[in-house]
Design a protein around this ligand. Sequence first.
Ligand code: PMP
Length: 372
Amino acid sequence: MLYLDNSATTQIHPSVKEKMLPFLFEEFGNASSKYYEQATTAKNAVDEARKNVALLLSSKEQEIVFTSGSTESNNYFIKGTAHKLAHKGNHIVTTNVEHPSVLECCKFLESNGFTVTYLEADENGRVSENQLVESITDQTILVSIMWGNNETGALNPIKELSQICLDRNIYFHTDATQVVGKVRVHLDQLPGVTFLSCSAHKFHGPKGIGVAFVRHDEFGVPTPLTPLLHGGGQENDLRSGTLALHNIVGIGEASRIAYKEFHSNETSLIENEKILISLLNEKFSNHIKYNNDNDNKIPGILSVQFIGVNNEILLKKLAPYIAASTGSACSSSKPSHVLKAIGLSLEEIRSTVRFSLSSHTKKEELDIFKSL
Ligand code: PMP
């Protein structure tokens, strides 16, 4: 069976599994404890993982806060900014193609007195600098725009968008869940990005662990933000709760590999995407249509309409041979708000299938499309 639903989740890399195993049994210490051996081992393992994540994102180690994943990181940034800066303003800018973990936070804040502008993505799923500039008011405290879309793969111009916010002294958050490991992230060259979210399970790490990148100023002071989880003060008081040692070791190893193998992974995704497109074109020629464009997108994500075919029926038929999805796994029961936002009709949405490759997908495996 060919797994082409890597935007939903990926398989743990074998060396991530190996690295995690001791921390599920022998090495069970609490990284916040002191003096005895298990405690030191745990603390050192967390430090090493943080170093590897920081390397992957080109950030400082202290700017990496471990969370349970992107849903938590997104909630933390949006609700945390709203709470911290409510005295300064009540306006937030986002887009209409964000993940529900951003959109639902914004809706929640709207019901609590905040105003949210939802920038409308164009037919390719991107928003522009002009749109952002026009939306900003003297009440704007946060802009939250995803780096790459989970359904179409469309990449936003994050450098330019974040610079607009930096020039105006407004926090800029980006949900980078789908891009980390597939697109180079150089946070040291993006001074306008205040906050970034990502999840390990999208780049061959374990589920239930992610990162909230919180930018520090030149004096090493983190951007002021109210924590989502209050408690024992772990993670420099930014995220309380006993550190999930095994998972942290897992995201660290997944980051180390994603950094080391970035170039070959990227090449494999680009080449296999080309092969998949030509196989789909050969097999289905006039009966398919692509929802994504080819420029400036996450390599390996294709959103394909099978004209006149119901996607649920198609996916069920394909299931013994190919695992794919209608779009986001998080809202698979409803028609995609992303595809609707980029202008597709209900019928077009209901005929769309998302294929998402991994750098571990082998060329030969794609041959299965020939025998369908
Ligand atoms: N943002 C985006 C763009 C995503 O694709 C996902 C996962 N589908 C999330 C946020 C949430 O990630 P998690 O479920 O790991 O918290």
